[in-house]
Structures are given as structure tokens and as C-alpha cells.
Write a protein that binds this ligand. Sequence first.
Ligand code: AMP
Ligand code: MG
Length: 280
Amino acid sequence: MPYAHRVEPGTQVRLADHDTRDNGGLDKEAGQARFAELNAELDALQEELAAAGTHSVLMVLQGMDTSGKDGAIRNVMTNLNPQGVRVESFKVPTDEELAHDFLWRVHRVTPGKGVFGVFNRSHYEDVLVVRVHELAPERVWKARYDHINAFEAMLADSGTIILKFFLHISKDEQEQRLHEREQEVGKAWKLSAGDWRERELWDQYQTAYEDALSRCSTEVAPWHIVPADRKWFRNLAISEVLVDPLRGYRDDWQAALDELSKAKLAELAAYRKLKEETGR
Ligand code: AMP
Ligand code: MG
């Protein structure tokens, strides 16, 4: 059984059915050991992705405040070569962004070939916070599920491997994490009164997430529900979801690299031959 739950396309998600404290039957030590193995593998896969330059990866991270989006990026990306990773964070849109369609700011920062892209929040905010706060009329945000599916299908057709993660924490766990931020001097910089305000809308957000995950989990861009109350398990579950499909591309990437190696060697051989013939 995979540690995260893959939302099968066409199924209706009920978040209450998914345990936020799941540990996959592992203790922390065993989980961290497994995580280290997967991380080493992810490192190797990223190197091949970057060198082969035939595909890109797009990892989308969503979750309530304190669900661990930043922590996941810090931990899961640790071993990757920073040159090939691009993290994009989506904040409240600027006036210029608002003057365009909602995918405008997103499309311009999608990862190019060879790049491992990470979205810390994403175009999904436009069917989450926008819906919950009524920042756009219902007919506008409702039409976005189809727009998102078409957009992601187009990215996938262009060689983007898309993996989406919902970091699932409980309301109690969030309360505890918010209090920690207040109590630990070193964490207070993370505080935001807005997080407490948003918390009052917990149920509305859960409903909005359920619809987004149900409407927009597709074969080419599946959603994964990650039990995220335990940080070590969250990291493990995410790594597993990343490594598993990327392994499937390894032969292709290796073949592309072999071709590249052959071409480079042939070029060098031709140069040497010419040099010998002309005596220069
Ligand atoms: P943080 O992730 O804590 O830096 O906060 C970013 C804030 O930007 C969150 O409160 C998001 O809900 C908000 N945000 C991101 N995208 C949008 C959007 N498209 N419309 C409105 N608010 C957004
Ligand atoms: Mg925040």
C-alpha cells in the first residue's frame, strides 16, 4: 500500500475518511531510514531528468496553513541539485496578475525541460481561497476546474510529469502548530493573525478542497492525499509518490543520455581525425 492516497479520477473525495495521523505502520526511525533511501534515489533521478532534458517535473503543493508545505520543500528537496530545481510560491495576486486570466501568472513559471519545478500553492488557490472568500462569482470559479484540467493536460502533452499533493492535517494539529509558533521565540516570525482568521473557515476550505481534488484528479495529473500530522511521515509519503513514477522514465532518460554520449564521442573523434590529417 502506498503511503499517500492517490485520488482515482472521477471519484468523490471525502477528507474525513482519510486519517491525518496515519504512519503506515512504521515507527519514526524506520520511516526516516526509508525516507533517506528514497531521497537518494530521487537525487539520482533528478540528475538524469536534468541531463536528458526530455521532460519536466511539476510538483504542486497545497494544504491549509501550517500543513507543512515549506517543511516538505525543505526536507524532500534536500538532496537535489539546486541548479535543476525551481520553486515558485503563489501569493495574493498583484494588480497586474489580476488584470489577466488566472493561469497567466502560473503558465509563465512552469518548469522547462530538465527542470524539477515545485509550486508552493498554485492555480488551485483560484478555486480555494477565491471560492471561500467569494473573491469571484460562483460561475467564474466553477468554470475553472475545466480550465485547470485542460491546462494541465496541455502541460502533460508537452512532456511535463505532474504530481499534486494535498497535505492533510487535522484541525487540532493546526491549532497546536499555531500555538507553537506563538510560544517558540524562534518560530514567531512565521505568525500571522490571518492564519487564525482563516482557521474559522476550516469547514468551507475542506469542502473546497474536496471539490478541487475530486474534479481535478486526472490520469496525467493525479492528486495525492498525504497524511501530514506527522512530519516525518509526510516527507516519506511525498518522496514515495515522486520516486515511483519517475523510475518509469529512467530507461528513456538513459537512452537519451546514451545517444548524447555517442554524438559527443563521435564529434571528438572527428576532431582528432581532422587534426591528424591536416597535421595541425
Ligand atoms: P503564504 O503561503 O502563507 O505565504 O500565504 C500566501 C497567501 O496568498 C495565502 O493566504 C493564499 O491564500 C493567498 N493567495 C494565493 N493565491 C491567491 C489567489 N489566487 N487569490 C487570492 N489569494 C491568494
Ligand atoms: Mg500562511
